[in-house]
Every structure is written in C-alpha cells, then in structure tokens.
Design a binder for this molecule. Structure first.
Ligand code: HEM
Length: 517
C-alpha cells in the first residue's frame, strides 16, 4: 500500500515534469517561429537553449539535406541565440545572395573564427564594411587573370615537382604511396610563392608540417555550425572546457608562422636585399598609404594560406582517392590527353580547352567532393521578406551546396560518379558562376554573390594542371587489400579524404625522360 502511494506520487511528479518540459519546448519552438510578429520560414524546432545545434555535430550536411527535403528550399533554424536560414535551391540563392547582394553579403562575427583567431580581419571573417572592401581589393590584385598568367612558370614548376616526388616516392610504381602530402605541398607552395615569394623543397620541410597542423586545427575550430561557443555566449566563460584556448593558441600559431615570414621580408627589404615580388612585399610597401597595421598584413596573407591551400589540395586529393576505382575513365582521359598533348611534354594551361573529358572529370569531382558543403555563410544586414517569409536583419544564410549538388532533377542518379554530365559544359568556373540562369551553373563550390571566392581563377588553373599532369604521367590503381573510404572525411568543416595509399605506375618510359629524372 505504502509502495503504491509512493509509485503514484512518483508517477505524478514524473508526468508533471514531462508535461512541463513539453510545454516549455512547445512554447520555445512557438516563440522561435516568428520574430517581430512576422512568420519565419518553416524549420526544425530544435531543443531549448541549443536549438538545432545537437543535430549538426557530425556530417551536418546530412541533417541540412534531410530538413531541406522536409521543409523546402528556404527554411530556418536556431543555433543557440542565432537564427539561420538554409537555402537549397539555385533560384533562391540567386534571388537572395546575388540579386539582393546589398543585403546578404555580410558575415556573422563568429566568436572563434572572427574574434579569437582572425581578430576581426582576414577578409573571409569580416562584416560587409570598409575594412573588408579594402582588404579584398588589395588581395584581389594577386588573383586576377593577368597575375595568373605571370604565375604560370611557378605553377608548372610545382606540378612537375609533384610528379617527380610521386615517381620517386612510389619507386616508379613498385611500392604504394600516399599521394596526399605531395598534393598538399603543391597547393602550399603555390600560395607560399604568391604570398611570400618562397617555397618548400620536400614534404619534410618544417613549413609543411606547421601549416598542415594549423589548417587542420582551423577546420576543427571554425566550422560554420560546429562550435558551441559561437552560439551559446555563456560558455565563453569556460575557456578550458570549450575550444576558446585552442583558438587563442591557433591565433598565435598563425601570427608566428605568417608574421615570421613577413618580418623576414620586411628585414630584407630594409637591408636593401633583393626580395621576390609577392603579396607580403606589396602590402608592406603600401602599409602607410593604405593604413594597414601589422595584424592586417598578417591576416590578409593568412586568408590566402587558409583559403587557398587546404581547398585546392582537397580537390586534388579527392581526385586521387576517387579515380583508381574508375580505370576505364582514366584510359579515356589519358587517350584524350595523348591525342592533344602527346608524350613529349606535360599538359599546360593552353591545353585545357581541348580536353573536355579531363575538365568534366574535374567538375564532377568538385560536385561530389566539395570541400565545404556549408560554404562560408553570409549574414543579412536588413529585414527582408521573400515570398511571404520573413528573414530578419542579422540572420545567417547557409548556401546548402550538398542538397543542390545532389539534386536528382539537375543531376540524374546524383550519387553516381558520372563526368559525362559535364561533357558539354565549356564554361570556366568563373564564367559559370556568372551565368544568368542559376540552374545552368556547374556547381556551388565557390559560394555566390559579392563574397564569392576571389581565388576561383587560381584554383581552377592549379587544379587543372595537377590533375591533367597526374593523368598524363600515371596509371592510378587501388591496392587489393586497402579499399579507399570515400564517405569518411577529416575534420568537421573542411573535407579532405582520410589517409589512403594507391599504386601509381608511370604510364611509359617517357615520363622519366620528360620529368628529367
Ligand atoms: C578548391 C578551391 C577553393 C574553394 C572550394 C573555395 C571556396 C570558397 C568559398 C565557399 C568561399 C565563401 C564564398 C561565399 O561567401 O559565398 C570562399 C571565400 C574565399 N576564398 Fe576561396 N576557395 C578555394 C580557393 C581559394 C584560393 C586559391 C584562394 C586564394 C588564394 C581563396 C581565397 C578566398 C578568400 C580570401 C575568401 C573570402 C572572400 C570574402 O569573404 O570576401 N580561395 N572560398
């Protein structure tokens, strides 16, 4: 009897608790479906305080894709105290981010990325303001088509150096090789040359290890939805339990690495020594005129190191991880290259237009293996109503590239690797990004609107040269007992494949002769 009364008491207390929690959840989700009395786009209710954050800790693109299917091409969600809208259709991206670029081109100053690591600099992390305009203008001078032609000898040097290292590392096809660090060093050297007029001579150079560590840590600390301290300010009071101290250490690491290279250039310039033309030299020379401080210069250079190394490296690495499973596609691309380029030289930029299948392979790799499924979110700076749905000022806008890249209407059997879907696409990535019809765009890997990646022409050239060079030089095969995992990836934000090894056999004796090995 006593126990029954006790049970009833416990049951009543539990029921009350559950009812209260549900009432709170309901009230919470109700309040959060409207702002200023206006209806937000529909979306997941989330949980109190954290919103939808707990559902986005790993493979966030999968959750965003599931919600896009449920709530449609424009939906909203809360992450802690921040409202997000997720845009999953090319026309809606165009209507908001491109046509209304004056409203949708800012960035949320994420606590970790903007405040702690980039200390409100670094182009990519700054709001849509005068500082951003100045820093982007200065950086863009190093990324135009004319500059890319000037970089060509350097880009070719890095490709041939990579092919040589892979030839030697794989002992001419006798031993398996992990090509990732070699692909990574090519990307690193391209940016080191442009930003600092220097390069590394092997994957054992200390800068390779240093930079790899920094960029991994950057990816892990700064994903657009991966860091709880960005959305729950109270947690910033506990820097040891959260990632705040890691962010501070990373800031210092970036200042030491990039700042060290810049100080050295400054010292050599002041000593009257010859310094190769590079971005750091230029920024130092216009420091006073442009009213730049030391941190401005460091983080403009860091923007290139962070934006331009892991990204292009990831595409080369995904190609190397993916293509061994498709020997017939390799043969087809190699036949195309042999016909246009021959066996007496490696492919150069001028060959690109005559190699439609090689280009199609590259675009298909980029569609399937975009390094940033969530891109770099934009932020709105005014209230806006889109087709009856209210987007308040200060909303963060995610361009949901995963859902758009996997749309079966645009890409039949989207999970299938099928370069032929791009065989008649003759546009460069830049031309494609500027097409009036957003459904005709090749992919959304570089973002959109006024914050679109300024590195597209450089990325496109160096990815083409590397992939065409690899196809020219090697047959790439999987190892029988080492299947390559194409679904898992490193990091929470930037995607590059988990470590793998392949067999890279030189296609013939010309490879050794042409590479002068
Ligand atoms: C495969 C290669 C690359 C990918 C996938 C990539 C992707 C992106 C994306 C998604 C954005 C954000 C766009 C948006 O806000 O809508 C971005 C911005 C940016 N990227 Fe790239 N990028 C690549 C290569 C490069 C290179 C080579 C550089 C420079 C050397 C670079 C420098 C930047 C900078 C500075 C920004 C910030 C732009 C701003 O906020 O105004 N990126 N990139």
């Amino acid at each position: 009897m006593v126990s029954t009364v006790h049970d009833i008491g416990t049951f009543t207390a539990l029921s009350t608790l559950v009812a209260t929690v549900f009432a709170l959840l309901k009230a919470f989700s109700y309040v959060r479906q409207s702002v200023k009395g206006q209806k937000l786009p529909p979306g997941p209710a989330g949980v109190p305080f954290l919103g939808s954050l707990p559902f986005l800790t790993h493979y966030p693109e999968m959750a965003l894709d599931k919600w896009a299917k449920k709530f449609g091409p424009l939906y909203s969600m809360w992450l802690g105290n921040q409202l997000f809208v997720v845009v999953s259709d090319p026309q809606v991206v165009k209507d908001l981010v491109i046509t209304n670029g004056s409203i949708f081109s800012s960035r949320k100053e994420m606590y970790m990325k903007s405040k702690i690591i980039f200390v409100r600099r670094g182009i990519t992390a700054t709001p849509y303001d005068e500082t951003w305009r100045k820093h982007r203008r200065l950086a863009a001078q190093f990324l135009g088509n004319k500059q890319i032609s000037n970089y060509m000898p350097g880009l070719m040097l890095e490709v041939t150096d990579m092919l040589k290292a892979l030839y030697s590392g794989g002992k001419a096809g006798e031993v398996p090789v992990n090509p990732q660090p070699h692909a990574g060093r090519t990307s690193l050297n391209n940016i080191l040359t442009i930003a600092f007029g220097t390069r590394t001579d092997s994957i054992d150079h200390p800068l390779v290890g240093h930079w790899l560590k920094h960029s991994r840590e950057f990816m892990n600390c700064t994903g657009p939805v991966s860091n709880v301290v960005d959305f729950v300010p109270f947690l910033r009071n506990f820097p040891n339990w959260t990632m705040v101290n890691r962010g501070k250490r990373l800031h210092q690491g970036l200042v030491d690495t990039c700042g060290g290279l810049i100080s050295d250039i400054d010292r050599r310039m002041k000593a009257g020594e010859e310094v190769p033309e590079c971005m750091a030299k230029f920024l130092l020379s216009v420091k006073e005129q442009e009213q730049l401080d030391d941190l401005d210069i460091i983080f403009i250079c860091c923007a290139f190191m962070i934006g331009g190394v892991e990204t292009t490296a990831a595409i080369k690495q995904w190609f190397l991880a993916h293509i061994p499973a498709f020997p017939e596609m390799q043969r087809r691309a190699q036949a195309e290259i042999d016909q246009v380029v021959g066996r007496d030289r490696v492919p150069v930029a001028a060959d690109e237009k005559s190699l439609p299948f090689t280009r199609a392979i590259i675009k298909e790799i980029e569609r399937v293996h975009n390094p940033f499924w969530l891109g770099t979110p934009h932020k709105s700076t005014e209230d806006f109503t889109y087709q009856g749905q209210f987007i308040p000022k200060g909303t963060v806008v995610i361009i949901n590239a995963y859902t758009m890249h996997m749309d079966p209407k645009r890409y039949p059997e989207p999970e299938k690797f099928n370069p032929d879907r791009y065989i008649n696409d003759h546009y460069t990535n830049t031309e494609s990004a500027n097409l009036a019809d957003p459904y005709q765009r090749d992919h959304w890997m570089f973002g959109a609107g006024r914050r679109i990646c300024p590195g597209i022409p450089l990325a496109e050239q160096e990815i083409f040269l590397a992939i065409a060079g690899l196809l020219w030089a090697f047959n790439m095969e999987q190892l029988p007992n080492e299947p390559i995992d194409l679904t898992e990836y490193d990091g929470l934000s930037g995607r590059s494949p988990v470590p793998f090894r392949i067999k890279m056999t030189p296609r013939d004796g010309r490879v050794k002769e042409v590479l002068a090995l």
